[in-house]
Structures are given as structure tokens and as C-alpha cells.
Design a protein around this ligand. Sequence first.
Ligand code: A3P
Length: 337
Amino acid sequence: MEFSSTSKPIIASNISPESIQEYRKEISTLPKENGWSQFQDLCSYQDFWFYPIFLQGAMFARDHFEAQASDIFLCSPMKTGCTWLKALSFAIATRTQFDDSNIPLRTTVPHDCIPFLEYGEYSTAAGPKIPLIASHLPYTCLPRSIIDSGCKIVYLCRDPKDTFVSMWHFFRKIVENNKPGEGDLVSIEEAFELFCKGLSSHGPYWEHVLGYWKASLERPGKILFLKYEGMVKDTEGCVKKLAEFFGCPFSLEEERDGIVQRIIKFCSFESLSNLEVNKTGKQVKKDAFVDNSAYFRKGKVGDWRNYLSAEMGERLDNIMEDKLSGSGLTFRISPQE
Ligand code: A3P
């Protein structure tokens, strides 16, 4: 995979003030529900719930983004491990150019190494500077050219209980940081009720997962479907799978030289979360900022047990089982696992 070593994170949004006005107008006509805080409603768009901040870019991409066949998309619902997937993917794809000492991930948060489609962080004039682009958009909301061009897609999802807990903490931090003293996020119990009704950013969660799951069955060579828990359990297998999927498999020599292990270690939670940029840096997105540290909380499977009762867990598992029934996909962990 060719990466230009001079390519920089693309941080300027391409969305003009006029377009923003147009999209704001379009968004204002959408059905709305109370979100998880008093600051932003969730808007219903193409059968999914979105915060307006994500919708403007999605609409711009819908109208203007032209995928190149060589683009590879890293898609995921929020809080399923996208930061980790970006770091691993970047390290895999640039491994012949960088080592641990000079890799941009050392000084740049993974989100600025691989851009997000919804933030307009790509160049429509010259095509993307790097072939990896991330998105939280549901499959059916992706710009048509991504599907028509036959682009490859990696999809990452996660146990909904851990995803929910991770999301609640993340939004609480954003609200606290950006609106200090002006109110709070709803309680975790209230947010849980909303999540179970499908009311969450890019939700319903099960519809997001099902869309990509079905697409991965229809287009197996084009969509690689991963779970966070699987990545934790067999990181080496996943890293090799990703490299093969990207079209740059590890050679025997690279494996012998420990390159796979080097990438895994560098991108581990412990390593990334202890880098200065991820401990103290900030990302400014639209009108809000996010501390980079908010992307690194615990990185544990099953942390939901510290925040939700067993009954709440069972309830969400049952909802998922019902919604996914007949699809062949499950998030229930078997007793052997
Ligand atoms: P927790 O909140 O459960 O700790 P996203 O990157 O999609 O926003 O997801 C964030 C979740 O991924 C957080 O989960 C975060 O801690 C975890 N995460 C971030 N970096 C990770 C890494 N290198 N390895 C494993 N998990 C990681």
C-alpha cells in the first residue's frame, strides 16, 4: 500500500458556510427526539438517529464525495474501538516507511492519521491523500459511490453493553468539557432506556450492525466484519487478516523479524494511552473539542458489569437477540469463550 510520507493529516473541512446553511435547513425539517443531553436533539435521517454535528458532513459526503476504487473504509458505530482500528491499520499500511521511532502515531492522535468522511476531511479535487478513510455512517447512508466503486470496507462492532457504557462516558466527558456548569448528560439509567429504544448516536445500534453484517454476507471479499472482542482475543490473527485485506500481507521475513508483534505492542491500549499526545492533546472538531484521552478509557471487555445491573445486561442481550434473530450474528458469549 502506497502512503506518501509527506501526506499530512487533512484537518481543514471542505464544507463551505453556504453548504452548512443548506444542510442546517435540511436538518431542521427532520423529525427529532430528545438526545442524551439538553444541548442536542437526535434527528431521524434515513431510518437512523444522528446528532446534527455528524449529519452535516454526512450530507456533504452524500452530495460531493467521489470514492476511488482503491479507497478502503474503516466503518464502525461509535465507541466500538475505531481508534484502535485506525492505529493498527495506519501502522500496518505504513510499516515499510516508519518504525516505532518515527511513526506519526507517536505524535498524532489516530483520528488525525486517518480522516473521518463525515468531517469533510478529504480532498474531492485530487482524491484522498491516503487510501484509508473512516466513517461511523450506517451502510445504507454511505455515499453511493463507495458501494458502486467496489471499495473495500472493514467493519468493526462490539458487544452492545460495553459499547453503550463507553458511549455514555464519552458523551459525559464532552458535555462536561464543552458546556461546563450548564447541565449534564442524562443519567446512565436514562441513557440506557434511550439506547434500548434505538435512540443513540447512529442508532439503532442493532440496525447499524445488521446493515454491514448483511452486506458482508453478500460481498464477502469486499467487507471484512470484525468484533472488538475478537480483536482482543486474537489480535495477531486480526492484524494479519487486516494486512491481507488491505492487499499488503506480511511476508515470512516480516513475521520472522517480529513486525506483527511490534505493531500490536505499539498500538496496544497501554502504549497508545501513555503517549503524550494522547494524554494531553485535544482535537477540535466543528464547534466542540475532545480531549484525546477521552478515546482511551479502559479498553476492557465486560466493563459494563461495573455500571449496569445483570438485569439490564440481560435486557439488552435479549433485544439484540430478537433484532438479530435469523441473521446468523450473535453477541452472546458462549460458556466456552
Ligand atoms: P472503553 O470506553 O470501554 O474503555 P472508539 O475508538 O470507537 O471511540 O472506541 C473507544 C473504545 O475503545 C474505548 O473503550 C477505548 O478505551 C477503547 N480503546 C481505545 N484504544 C484502544 C486500544 N489501543 N486497544 C483496545 N481498546 C482501545
